[in-house]
Design a protein around this ligand. Structure first.
Ligand SMILES: Cc1cc2nc3c(=O)[nH]c(=O)nc-3n(C[C@H](O)[C@H](O)[C@H](O)COP(=O)(O)OP(=O)(O)OC[C@H]3O[C@@H](n4cnc5c(N)ncnc54)[C@H](O)[C@@H]3O)c2cc1C
Length: 423
């Protein structure tokens, strides 16, 4: 007798429950449904409506240097207290974030930092190919634009700093090209004149609409028979046979395997599975100039301002900033004003139209590495969260890894740096 959808939504031993339908949960769910696994995606929100909807869309394969670094520690006073700094701590949250910041400082020591570079590189070496394959397999190649992006410098000093970044990038196999101002202008229809120069990273890219990528993946997942339940998982119990019972406000779900991909909200559920992970959030902001859709050209990052502007099908999006303020405080309107100022200064000739505002929660661990892998306490619980500034970039490779783990195979990447019990 065929199972009814209602029966399937309460799961079973063959069910793989995926908690969280952001870009990480969605790419995983899609991979599992393709492999004919019985997947059940659970989220109280519509798929892809949290951090994954409003990010900058940058496929940031060049980002192999964790933010937890000796360089960041040297710049910390300026970053935390400087005027116009891209990093802020909300006063109301200062005490709560202090232990995380101490761990961040510890993770920034040279030996840990070098280990972090190797770990990020191991993911990044495969991230673009995985993303390309995902988009091609799903018929979404038109959403992915792989023509590189550039980091612009507005002053000679910044240009020298950019030039100095080339050697460490090259040492790790990352190509870069220094551009004269007119060469940079030719690659961007909106960038202001009068910059000092730019660094082109040719093997990066951007997606034309991160939210549309999520909804398209979810649609294909549903068409392949994947199920979705709109519910918040409140409690996870492990059964004697290593399976799980997930309780939500309206009932319970039985699952033989579980993937925890609840982004910045993953820590309480990880704790119930036996792992206290120091996950917090680096809140980030965007403003989208909706009067400037389909501009073409590549994404433009500003070295001095630490923001990125990405041409999308929904408009020109400027995104960035790091704010430590937890999950509950409202957005700070001043951050949106900061972004609007950068936008007007960097794209002064552009007709901006309506400006939409957004804030989202990057899921970040203090060593700036995600948690990916099976729980040492129960191999049926697989973790995939904490992708910080790189969740879109690393989504497809994370799904590749998780699908290998679900199938009981050894993934092609050493997962030890990403263990949930590394802290
Ligand atoms: C301003 C900004 C710019 C960014 N730019 C980029 C970029 O250019 N490139 C890049 O690679 N990354 C970027 N990022 C980072 C990227 O957006 C995130 O790393 C990524 O979206 C995280 O995806 P996720 O699926 O883990 O989390 P989310 O998208 O936040 O999804 C988590 C989901 O879990 C659900 N959930 C939570 N609790 C429960 C529960 N108890 N039960 C069930 N479901 C639950 C939530 O409702 C949510 O839908 C940016 C982030 C920000 C904020």
């Amino acid at each position: 007798m065929p199972e009814t959808e209602e029966q399937s939504l309460s799961g079973g031993k063959r069910t793989i429950a995926i908690v969280g339908a952001g870009i990480i949960g969605l790419t995983i769910a899609r991979r599992l449904a393709r492999g004919r696994e019985q997947a059940l995606l659970i989220d109280p929100l519509a798929p892809g409506s949290a951090a994954s909807s409003g990010n900058a869309g940058h496929i940031a394969t060049e980002q192999i240097f964790p933010l937890a670094s000796p360089e960041t520690m040297l710049a910390a006073p300026r970053l935390l207290f400087g005027r116009n700094s891209p990093m802020h701590i909300r006063l109301e949250y200062a005490l709560k974030i202090a232990p995380w910041l101490l761990r961040f400082a510890w993770a920034s020591r040279p030996s840990a930092y070098q280990g972090g570079v190797r770990a990020l590189l191991s993911l990044q070496e495969k991230s673009l190919d995985s993303m390309r394959a995902l988009c091609a397999d799903e018929g979404l190649a038109d959403l992915l634009c792989v023509q590189g992006h550039m980091v612009v410098a507005e002053s000679g000093k910044a240009l020298r700093a950019l030039d100095a970044r080339r050697l460490p990038l090259e040492r790790h196999g990352i190509e870069s090209v220094l551009l004269a101002p007119d060469e940079a202008a030719a690659r961007s229809p909106f960038l202001k004149r009068g910059i000092a120069g730019a660094l082109l990273l040719p093997r990066t890219g951007h997606v034309l609409n991160p939210h549309r990528l999520c909804t398209a993946l979810h649609k294909r997942y549903g068409e392949a028979g994947g199920l979705t339940l709109r519910a918040r998982v409140e409690n996870i119990e492990t059964s004697d046979d290593g399976g799980f019972v997930l309780r939500h406000e309206a009932g319970a779900i039985e699952a033989g395997k579980l993937v925890l991909a609840a982004g910045a909200w993953s820590a309480p559920l990880a704790r119930q599975l036996g792992h206290a992970v120091p996950l917090d959030t680096e809140r980030g902001y965007h403003v989208t100039a909706e009067g400037a859709p389909d501009l073409g050209g590549i994404a433009v990052e500003s070295h001095e301002r630490r923001i990125i502007m990405t041409p999308m099908d929904c408009g020109l999006r400027i995104a960035g900033l790091v704010e430590f303020g937890g999950l509950d405080l409202p957005p700070n309107p001043r951050r949106h004003e900061d972004l609007k100022r950068h936008l007007r200064e960097l794209a002064p000739a552009l007709e901006l139209g309506g400006l939409s505002e957004w804030m989202g929660f990057r899921p970040s661990l203090p060593d700036m590495l995600p948690v990916i892998g099976a729980s040492p306490a129960n191999p049926n619980a697989i973790f995939a969260f904490g992708h910080q500034h790189l969740g879109l970039t690393l989504s497809a490779i994370t799904a590749d890894i998780v699908s290998e783990l679900v199938a009981g195979r050894t993934p092609p990447i050493d997962l030890r740096p990403f263990r949930p019990d590394r802290f």
